[in-house]
Design a protein around this ligand. Sequence first.
Ligand SMILES: [Zn+2]
Length: 233
Amino acid sequence: MSRVSNLFRLQLLDHELDGARTRLGEIEALLAVAPEVEAARQQESTAQAALQDARRALVKAEGEVVSQQSKFRETERLLYSGEVHSPKELKDLENEAASLKRFLGVLEDRQLQGMVAQDEAEGVHAAARAALEAVEAVRGQQEGDLHQERAELAATVERLLAQREAAVAIITPEDQGTYDNLRRTRRGTAVARLDGSTCGRCGVAPSQARVDAARTGEEIVMCGNCGRILYTG
Ligand SMILES: [Zn+2]
């Protein structure tokens, strides 16, 4: 292992660590929110509220029909009871009974509409509930997968950190400093592997003198263009 290949090895570990940590962040974000479940829950609760409204409206309509029926029956009973003799009063009662009956018809229509509305609301609610259950089942599976992936990544990070510790132990503090600086200023990549005759990171060909110097692996030689450490291995 040469001085530069040690740095290259450190970078491989760091890149793997970067990838694992990025994915862990994504997993946390995915676990934190479930917009599709939230939306389905919202729809179910809206449908539930609409169903309750429809049920209440039907109960009210039924009550109005019952009450109107009883008013109508009472008027008819009086009309044929023989208790009323005056022709004018009898005529009035007759008119009242007819009017009560007409409005009873209106109320019965409303009751029928209420029954239809309740049936529809039940259908909508049942569909919303089924959709919610389906979405929750999918989400449960996703969460299970994400938890498992997170556990695996955590183990990977542990292993990489141990390997990194060993890799760092054979690098001088000075080289480590150079490496850290470049990692910070060169978008996470301090060491560029030579790809044929060009820098694997920026694509520019370093001078032959640089390539020759880099080839020993015991000298820190930078790419003249992107400034990264050249690795010829
Ligand atoms: Zn370069």
